[in-house]
Design a protein around this ligand. Structure first.
Ligand code: HPA
Length: 256
């Protein structure tokens, strides 16, 4: 079963044929909401809205450990994380869909490991490639089959939020090599890695990052709401194609 974590613009999955909801209790507290189980294109899937059903949990307050633990507890074979981002790289426009391949983490003070219990041995997971290559390929293939244009390969910068960045901070992120900026990609990705669950992201560019393009003098999300909604429609189609495709039952984490 594949899991989808939805972010801003994707608090429900319209194409999920819901069979049941479950509030999962975890050793780390409450997940963002009940897990919603069902089928997408005839295949089992589970959905979790990262910011809660009322979109009330800000990025730095999300209980990432509880969310990931709950999905792992249900033995999901892979996680697709959907999130909106700001575009830093010059060719990225609002509405673009991007599948990132690398992460730079600027978040702080978040609970970012499962390996911090009193009697837990010190554990260092390999995170050279933060996203699962096979799952990324499957996203790319599903988009190609649908003729949906996506941009592959980019560096995601995870910032603390909930405020947006200054123009100078975006310049710094660009110098660091970042193409996209968002607030929720970490520690989600590393917690999935610690649990051994393949994880990949689909990012939707909601706006030009601060000080860039039409955000030169400020970021105005209101005017971009429609772009985001339309793009999330394309994301839903990609997810439906991916989950429903015959190789959906192939074990994740293996290259094709
Ligand atoms: N910065 C950080 N996170 C974001 C942005 C942004 O510009 N847009 C959407 N999420």
């Amino acid at each position: 079963m594949l899991a989808i974590i939805g972010g801003s613009g994707l608090t429900t999955l319209a194409n999920l044929d819901v069979s049941r909801r479950e509030v999962v209790r975890t050793p780390y507290g409450e997940p963002s909401g009940a897990l919603v189980f069902g089928q997408i294109a005839g295949q089992p899937a589970v959905f979790l809205p990262r910011h809660g059903y009322g979109h009330t949990i800000p990025p730095h307050m999300v209980n990432y450990r509880a969310n990931l633990w709950a999905l792992h507890h249900h033995q999901v074979q892979g996680i697709i994380s959907v999130a909106s981002v700001g575009g830093i790289r010059g060719d990225l426009e609002p509405g673009d869909i991007v599948v990132p391949h690398q992460i730079i983490d600027y978040t702080w003070g978040r609970k970012s490991t499962f390996f911090d219990g009193v009697s837990t041995p010190v554990t260092h997971v390999d995170f050279t490639e933060p996203y699962d290559a096979s799952l990324r390929e499957r996203i790319e293939r599903a988009a190609a089959l649908l003729g949906i244009d996506i941009k592959v390969g980019s560096v995601y910068a995870a910032t603390q939020g909930p405020r947006l960045e200054t123009a100078a901070e975006i310049n710094k992120l660009e110098r660091d090599g970042a193409d996209l900026v968002g607030m929720t990609g970490m520690p989600e990705a590393v917690l999935a890695r610690e649990l051994g669950v393949p994880y990949a992201a689909i990012n939707v560019v909601a706006n030009h990052a601060a000080g860039r393009g039409d955000s030169l003098n400020g970021i105005h999300f209101e005017s971009l709401e429609q772009v985001l909604q339309e793009a999330m429609g394309r994301v839903r189609s990609i997810i439906e194609k991916l989950v429903g495709s015959p190789d959906a039952c192939r074990p994740f984490g293996m290259s094709v």
